[in-house]
Design a binder for this molecule. Structure first.
Ligand SMILES: Nc1ncnc2c1ncn2[C@@H]1O[C@H](COP(=O)(O)OS(=O)(=O)O)[C@@H](OP(=O)(O)O)[C@H]1O
Length: 347
C-alpha cells in the first residue's frame, strides 16, 4: 500500500516538473522573440555601382525565431546559433573554385563542404561567364544560406579561362579567395575529350583532333582545340594576376587530390582560414571506383563517392601522341611552375 502511494507521489512530481519546464521554456522563448523585435532591421540594401551590378552587403545578424530545420547546420556551434534564433542568410561567395575544367573541381568542392564552416552552391552557377548580366543580387540568391562565421563557396571551372572573370570577380570583392585545381595538361585534355565523346560518340579520335590538319606528320599541336588550349595554364593565370596577387590563390594539385585528399584539404583549410576539421578520417579508398570517397558528406551520414561522370575510363591514346603533347606543354608548364612557385611534377 505504502509503495503505491510513493509511486503516485513520484508520478505527480514528474508531471509537475514537466509542466514547470514547459512554462519556463515558453517564457524564455517569448523573451528571445521580443529581443528580436527590438533589434535593428537586418540590412539588405543593394547598391548599384555600374554595369547593372548589384552589390549586397550585410553587417549584422537578424535575431528571429528559427524557421527551418536545415540539418546541415548540425555542428554544435551552429546548433547553438540556431537555438539562439539566428537565421541563416544568403551571402555572395568569399571563395571560388575557378578551375580548371576536369582538374578535380567537383571532388574539391564536395570534400571542403564537409567542413561545418563552409556552405557551397551545389551546381555550377556560371555567373561570371554566362549570367553576369543578371546582376549580383541574382547571384547572391543562388547561394546557400549561411550563419555568421560560415564561408560561402562556389565552383565553376570555366571561370579560369573566361577573359572577363578576373575583373568581374575583383569588382564583386577584391579579397575573394581563389582556388585553382590543376592537373597534368595532357591527362586533363584526355579527360576533357572523354567527356566530349561521351556526349558526341561520332567525334574524331583524340590523336586526330590534337594536331593541325589532323596530320601527324606536321607535328603541330592544334592550340585552337579546346582540350589542348585549356591546358596552357600560364597564359590564363597571367590575366588573373593583373587583378589579384598570387597570395590570393591556392593551387591545388589534382593528382594529389586523388592520392592524398587529406593532405590537399589541409592546405585548403589553412588557406581559407578554417580549422583543420576535414582530415584523413573523412576519406576511404573505394577500390571499385578507384578513387577516394567520403565516409560522410554534407547533410548525409552514409558514404559517398562522386558520380559516374567523375573518374571515367580514358580511351587508349597513341604513346607517340602523348609524348608530343608532353613536349609541347613542357615550356608552358615550366612557366606555370615559375609563376606559382610550385613544381607540380608533370613530365
Ligand atoms: N575522389 C574523386 N572521385 C572521382 N573523380 C575524382 C576524384 N578526385 C579527383 N577526381 C577527378 O576529377 C575529374 C573531374 O574533374 P572536375 O570535377 O573538375 O570536372 S568538371 O570540369 O567539373 O567536369 C575526374 O576526371 P576523369 O578521371 O577524367 O573522369 C577525376 O579524375
Amino acid at each position: 500500500m505504502e509503495i503505491k502511494t510513493y509511486k503516485k507521489v513520484a508520478i505527480a512530481l514528474i508531471i509537475l516538473g514537466l509542466i514547470s519546464f514547459y512554462l519556463s521554456y515558453t517564457y524564455n522563448s517569448c523573451i528571445v522573440a521580443s529581443i528580436a523585435k527590438s533589434l535593428p532591421k537586418w540590412r539588405r540594401d543593394s547598391v548599384v555601382i555600374n554595369e547593372n551590378i548589384h552589390l549586397h552587403y550585410s553587417t549584422s545578424v537578424r535575431v528571429v525565431p528559427l524557421l527551418d530545420g536545415n540539418e546541415s547546420f548540425a555542428s554544435p556551434k551552429y546548433r547553438f546559433f540556431r537555438e539562439q534564433g539566428l537565421r541563416p542568410v544568403r551571402q555572395l561567395p568569399n571563395a571560388l573554385i575557378v578551375g580548371v575544367k576536369k582538374g578535380g573541381t567537383r571532388a574539391l568542392l564536395e570534400f571542403i563542404r564537409v567542413h561545418p564552416d563552409v556552405r557551397a552552391a551545389g551546381n555550377e552557377i556560371h555567373f561570371f561567364d554566362k549570367y553576369y548580366s543578371k546582376g549580383f543580387e541574382w547571384y547572391r540568391q543562388t547561394m546557400p544560406p549561411t550563419l555568421e562565421g560560415q564561408l560561402t563557396i562556389e565552383k565553376t571551372p570555366s571561370y579560369f579561362v573566361t577573359k572577363e572573370a578576373p575583373r568581374r570577380i575583383h569588382l564583386m570583392n577584391p579579397s575573394t579567395k581563389l582556388l585553382v585545381v590543376v592537373r597534368d595538361p595532357v591527362t586533363r585534355a584526355i579527360s576533357d575529350y572523354t567527356q566530349a565523346i561521351s556526349k558526341k560518340p561520332d567525334m574524331k579520335k583524340f590523336e586526330a583532333l590534337s594536331f593541325i590538319n589532323s596530320s601527324m606528320r606536321m607535328k603541330e599541336v592544334d592550340t585552337s582545340w579546346g582540350p589542348v588550349k585549356l591546358g596552357l595554364y600560364a597564359r590564363y593565370l597571367l590575366r588573373w594576376l593583373k587583378y589579384f596577387p598570387l597570395s590570393q590563390f591556392l593551387f591545388v594539385s589534382g593528382e594529389r587530390l586523388v592520392v592524398d585528399p587529406a593532405m590537399e584539404l589541409k592546405r585548403v583549410q589553412d588557406f581559407l582560414g578554417l580549422k583543420r576539421v576535414v582530415t584523413e578520417k573523412h576519406f576511404y579508398f573505394n577500390s571499385t571506383k578507384g578513387f577516394p570517397c567520403l565516409f560522410k558528406s554534407e547533410g548525409r551520414g552514409s558514404p559517398k563517392c562522386l558520380g559516374k561522370t567523375k573518374g571515367r575510363n580514358h580511351p587508349y591514346i597513341d604513346p607517340g601522341v602523348l609524348q608530343k603533347l608532353r613536349d609541347f606543354y613542357r615550356p608552358f608548364n615550366n612557366r606555370f611552375y615559375q609563376m606559382t612557385g610550385i613544381n607540380f611534377g608533370w613530365s
